[in-house]
Write a protein of this length. Structure first.
Length: 290
């Protein structure tokens, strides 16, 4: 059964199919043809044999007509069977669509990336080499505007670099992904924030908790309405309203007692809750002691 991490990584590509060709072009330096649309294609890759082959995800690029198909495989650990089926995925899809096909293997650790990138001997002097994205190959998205322009890449960046030895950098990446996630619909926002926080090391989590939102260069609605608005004027009501919205996005429908507590909180208490919201695992942790 696929793991939570496996499905979480695939979800980013399902939610934004253009993420795959962008990573191929910008990170792995693959010559991707011009396209105007990226869409999900059937992942059934069986040939006429009884055995069924099903890839994790197939993305089709189109420029009026199909120009390239990308098989996306998430690989969390070495599996020698994949070295036999990966070439079959590519060959069967190429025969079905009659256009170029490439395989993108997304890995969760460097050992698996090294294994996946090794040459596959097909016999008779023929070889196949998968295109592999390792965690270190994922761009480090620390700029908030870039994160908001591509939330899925920002979340992938946070997941890939959450245990970076430089915990301060990991926290900046997580903060950018967090802010980008807040602008999304409620379900996607909540899921992405959870993925980001679950990917952080304890050191990076502590860095994120200590991060001062006033010093971090947020340009988002969070900053405009929560950090900037009311800070100079003492606008408690405006700040409380924004905090209620963010808590609802993060944890769902809020109990009446929670709403009452926030509506009567001081600026200092609201600031403390806003700071804890970045890393809180549940509503009680975000609110703090009464």
């Amino acid at each position: 059964m696929p793991s939570h991490l496996h499905e979480a990584l695939l979800l980013l590509f399902r939610n934004r199919p253009a993420l795959a060709p962008e990573l191929l072009r910008d990170t792995l330096r693959v010559d991707v043809p011009r396209y105007t649309e990226a869409r999900i294609e059937s992942a059934e890759l069986s040939d006429i044999q009884p055995a069924e082959y099903r890839a994790d995800l197939v993305i089709l690029l189109l420029d009026g007509v199909p120009v390239l198909a990308i098989v996306v495989e998430v690989q969390l650990s070495p599996d020698e069977r994949k070295r036999f089926v990966w070439p079959a995925y590519v060959a069967n899809l190429r025969a079905r669509l009659e256009l170029p096909v490439c395989l993108l293997v997304v890995t969760a650790n460097h050992a698996t990336a090294r294994w996946a990138a090794s040459v596959i001997d097909l016999g008779g002097g023929n070889r196949y080499v998968p295109l592999v994205l390792s965690p270190s190959g994922v761009p480090e998205v620390t700029d908030e505007s870039a994160a908001r322009a591509d939330p899925e890449l920002a979340v992938l960046s946070a997941m890939a670099h959450g245990h970076d030895a430089d915990s301060s950098k990991a926290a900046r990446i997580a903060a950018a992904a967090h802010v980008a996630s807040l602008a999304l619909d409620e379900n996607r926002s909540r899921l992405y924030v959870d993925l980001v926080l679950a990917s952080l090391s304890e050191a990076a989590r502590r860095e994120l908790q200590l991060m001062d939102p006033a010093k971090y260069e947020y340009q988002s609605e969070f900053a405009r309405r929560y950090v900037a608005q009311g800070k100079a004027e003492g606008n408690v009501e405006g700040r409380a309203a924004v905090l209620l919205r963010l808590l609802s996005q993060r944890f769902g429908v809020l109990p009446t007692e929670t709403r009452n507590r926030i509506s009567t909180a001081s600026i200092e208490e609201l600031d403390a809750m806003g700071g804890r919201l970045l890393t809180a695992q549940n509503l009680e942790e975000a609110l703090g002691p009464p």
